[in-house]
Design a protein around this ligand. Structure first.
Ligand code: GLN
Length: 483
């Protein structure tokens, strides 16, 4: 059962071969057995999960089941979950039991899915290795010394180690795609505005987007069906008609035009990654797709632009953590200013502080035009590059990350090296485009390689189609690490 697709699990539930309580118990057992070693979950609450499973069983018995009813899903600890500790990986929220549900959580609840725990993450989703979590690093199931990627590393690890059939993540510059690649699973960040940000703790609001992480493209499509939809409580939520993301899965790929950005295939990509990517592209050509060169001339600027804009927004978003209304408050202080200072000094970790400093700097009077406004202009140019490329091709492909998972500690003392992990993913975030990662083989030290697929706005169904057809003729997505 551990390696079953969501569809297979739903079938077992529908045929009463297994109940949701049994299924949930099975996954909770695995979580409780493996979590001490992998640290993928910050909070596990068997009783709360089983209560949801019992409700799901009643729904199934009443003939009211949907595709995810009774299915265990792990939730990234960035989503406010009523009655659950919701920490965002930070000491600042280490005592925060959410009084309400995020829009995404509401949707999973309405679908009858079972929350099997809150997953570990980089503090406030800032990071590419999960080493920035107040709760300690997550380990990669493909190598105990390797990082799982970040910031959704706990979710990626949970799915890769089969502690949950699927999970949620969030992606601001690559946080769904890069950990999916590092852990050998599939993940998609949909078009900005399709998944509600209500109750999703804000990092950089113009970039943050929730999305699913699972074993296969088909599973991602089923998850997206639940996760997407208009939410009036999120001012950037898009009012669109509901889509069925599974609708195009079975379409043949004949004639699909795959654009290969020449900037992505230049220097920077490790040779083991390149080999796996080339093999995947060969597979696509066998499936009837054609590949052509495209250019994204401004893409080398995406990391510098991201690291002006994301910290700017973060410095503003994180000003709410002041020790007054909720979250951590320092124990001893003299007056209000001292309370603010000590609370924020003790509550935030070093990377978060670095971002607040950078963000405050680029937004300050003397530097606003030189950095923030300039970065916004280049952001527009990056989006225009994609617009141009999509006149020539249907999807863009390349590597998700320049290397396979690196070792724990390897980059933690060099922030710029760490930031470069998102060299291929941040451009799509800046443009608001959907991006996904699918496993396409293994590189150095038997660590997974992810293929990055970028699509045009609202082309998720075609991207999932491209990924699904590849997964019909390969089995990388079914490989399980020996734990
Ligand atoms: N690694 C990037 C950062 O540290 C992206 C994180 C994310 O997408 N949340 O900001």
């Amino acid at each position: 059962m551990l390696n079953d697709s969501l569809k297979q699990l739903a079938k077992r539930l529908a045929e009463k071969e297994v109940s949701s309580v049994e299924l949930t118990t099975e996954f909770l057992k695995r979580i409780n057995q493996l979590n001490p070693k992998y640290n993928a979950f910050i909070t596990v609450d068997d009783e709360k999960s089983l209560e949801q499973a019992r409700a799901a069983d009643r729904k199934i018995a009443a003939g009211e089941a949907g595709p995810l009813t009774g299915i265990p899903v792990a939730q990234k600890d960035i989503f406010c979950t009523q009655g659950w500790l919701t920490t965002c990986g930070s000491k600042m929220l280490s005592n925060f039991v959410s009084p309400y549900d995020a829009g995404v959580i509401e949707r999973f609840n309405a679908a009858g899915a079972v929350n099997v725990g809150k997953t570990n993450m980089d503090e406030f989703a800032m990071g590419s290795s999960n080493e920035n979590s107040y709760y300690g690093p997550v380990k990669n199931p493909w190598g105990i010394n390797a990082v799982p990627g970040g910031s959704s590393g706990g979710s990626a690890c949970a799915v890769a180690a089969r502690m949950a059939p699927a999970a949620t993540g969030t992606d601001t510059g690559g946080s769904i795609r890069q950990p999916a690649a590092f852990c050998g699973i599939s993940g998609i960040k949909p078009t900005y505005g399709t998944v509600s940000r209500y109750g999703m703790i804000a990092f950089a609001s113009s970039l943050d987007q929730g999305g699913p992480m699972a074993k296969s493209a088909e599973d991602l499509a089923l998850m997206l069906n639940v996760m997407t939809g208009f939410d009036a409580r999120d001012s950037t939520s898009l009012q669109r008609e509901a889509e069925d993301y599974t609708r195009d899965l079975e379409k043949p790929l004949l004639g699909l035009r795959i654009g290969l950005p020449k900037e992505y295939f230049a220097e920077g990509m490790h040779s083991d990654v390149e080999k796996a990517i080339e093999q995947a592209l060969d597979e696509y050509r066998r499936l009837g797709a054609e590949t052509l060169e495209v250019s994204l001339p401004n893409s080398p600027l995406s990391i510098p632009v991201y690291y002006v804009l994301a910290p700017a927004e973060a410095s503003s978003n994180l000003s709410r953590f002041d020790g007054v209304r909720y979250g951590y408050r320092t124990e001893y202080y003299e007056d209000l200013r001292d309370m603010y200072r000590k609370t924020r000094g003790e509550g935030f970790g070093p990377e978060v502080k670095r971002r607040i400093l950078i963000g405050t700097y680029v937004l300050s009077h003397g530097y606003y035009d030189a950095y923030y406004i300039q970065a916004q202009k280049v952001r527009r140019l990056i989006a225009q590059d994609f617009k141009q490329a999509f006149t020539q091709c249907d999807v863009i492909m390349g590597p998700t990350a320049p290397s396979v998972a690196f070792d724990l500690g390897e980059k933690s003392s060099d922030p710029v090296q760490m930031y470069l992990s998102d060299i291929y993913t941040s451009a799509a975030s800046l443009a608001g485009l959907p991006g996904m990662s699918v496993p396409v083989g293994f590189g150095e030290k038997n660590r997974p390689v992810g293929l990055h697929i970028i699509g045009n706005y609202f082309s998720e169904a075609s991207m999932l189609n491209a990924a699904h057809q590849y997964q019909q003729v390969t089995d990388w997505h079914q490989k399980m690490p020996g734990l």
